[in-house]
Design a protein around this ligand. Structure first.
Ligand code: NAI
Ligand code: ISE
Length: 336
């Protein structure tokens, strides 16, 4: 039985506690913490876990074999570094850290330790539809990929969500996806702000369009829409020389009646990516149980995505194309 400690039990922290308790086998949540200790107590009480007063205390707890970090992005680096220092596997929700400099410090810590401890929560890599999209492109039957059209539409976002978070918290998924889908790095990012949604405040760039240039020449356009209202709508279509491949409408039934057809649209990431979240944790827990290094998205992937979000912020604020320059990839993160 793997004993997991969870730091930060807000929206996704609670969902992962549920998953670790009721969905996945061979694991239990042994400790939780949150800056809101009442919230930590309520969650811990529901699953028979202990409450740690701080993240540091939870990481040091000998009853915690592995750590899940689901607090706010700006707090991730501190906990991930502490877990590496304690020699414990750590699953960190995206973004790995708030800046590429913080991510770089995490790379240095793993390189110093001589092994990987970190898996980053880029769960879309485990989504069956995205996996099929990727294998179709890689299979080559459609010819070389040229373009990708992507849309990331949230029904609404929490009140504390800032304009910058549309890049650091939302578009970070597309940056990782583009790198993974095309096995290529991102070279530059440009940000465009079309007519503002009437539901957005003056300084909130909703919608936002990012033009993402891959090093190999593929161009990815990403629509970020914060107030879609009708549902959580994640779209992706890759245009290749001899055809296209796209994510289909959500799984489920389609009803045809009176000359029209309709089907369900998910309401949020919990629903749309439930299978992907389960699969990413299965994969992570398998490596934890085996005492092996994680095989999922690495600290390098978290770092590369953060360099892209840094560039996206520069592009948004300067209204200029921002280039992406990565540090040299340490051997630890080179493909075997
Ligand atoms: P939230 O605001 O609902 O929950 C965050 C929790 O962390 C709160 O309970 C807060 O009190 C706690 N917290 C904040 N700072 C802390 C600290 N220093 N130590 C301990 N606890 C602390 O936020 P949400 O939506 O759950 O997001 C958390 C993280 O998960 C973010 O990094 C976000 O980007 C990521 N996320 C990932 C998703 C995905 O699709 N992979 C979906 C939603 C969130
Ligand atoms: C949230 O943090 C997530 O990661 C969701 O997957 C994303 O759709 C949303 O925009 C973010 O705020």
């Amino acid at each position: 039985m793997i004993n997991v400690g969870v730091i930060g039990v807000g929206a996704i922290g609670r969902d992962h506690v549920r998953r670790l308790t009721h969905v996945l086998a061979g694991v239990r949540v042994s400790a939780v913490t949150d800056v809101d200790l009442d919230r930590a107590g309520a969650v811990a009480g529901g699953v028979g876990a202990g409450v740690a007063r701080t993240g540091a205390e939870l990481i040091a707890d000998p009853g915690v074999d592995a750590v899940v970090v689901t607090s706010w992005g700006a707090t991730h680096a501190e906990y991930v570094l502490a877990a590496i220092a304690a020699g414990k596997p750590v699953f960190c929700e995206k973004p790995l850290a708030a800046t590429s400099a913080d991510c770089s410090a995490i790379l240095d810590a793993e390189v110093g330790a001589g092994r990987r401890f970190v898996q980053v929560g880029f769960m879309r890599r485990y989504d069956p539809a995205y996996r099929s999209l990727r294998s179709t492109v890689a299979g080559g039957s459609l010819g070389a990929p040229l373009l990708m059209h992507a849309a990331h539409r949230n029904m609404s976002l929490p009140a504390h969500f800032t304009g910058d978070m549309l890049i650091t918290d939302s578009a970070v998924h597309e940056f990782d996806l583009a790198r993974w889908l095309f096995s290529d790095e991102i070279a530059a990012v440009t940000a465009l702000t079309p007519r503002r949604n009437r539901r957005a405040s003056d300084d909130f760039p909703d919608p936002l369009v990012l033009l993402v240039e891959m090093a190999g020449g593929i161009l990815v356009d990403v629509e970020i829409l914060a107030n879609a209202r009708f549902g959580y709508d994640i779209r992706g279509e890759v245009v290749c020389e001899d055809g296209t491949v796209a994510l289909s409408e959500s799984a489920g039934v389609v009803v045809k009646r009176s000359g029209s057809y309709a089907g369900p649209v998910p309401t949020d990431w919990r629903e749309r990516f439930a299978e992907a979240f389960d699969a990413e944790f299965r994969s992570w827990l398998d490596t934890v149980a085996a005492g092996a290094q994680p095989t999922g998205p690495s600290a390098w992937d978290g770092y590369a995505a953060a360099v892209c979000t840094d560039a996206g912020l520069t592009a948004l604020h300067s209204r200029a194309r921002a280039e992406v320059t990565l540090r040299e990839r340490p051997d630890l993160y080179k493909p075997a």
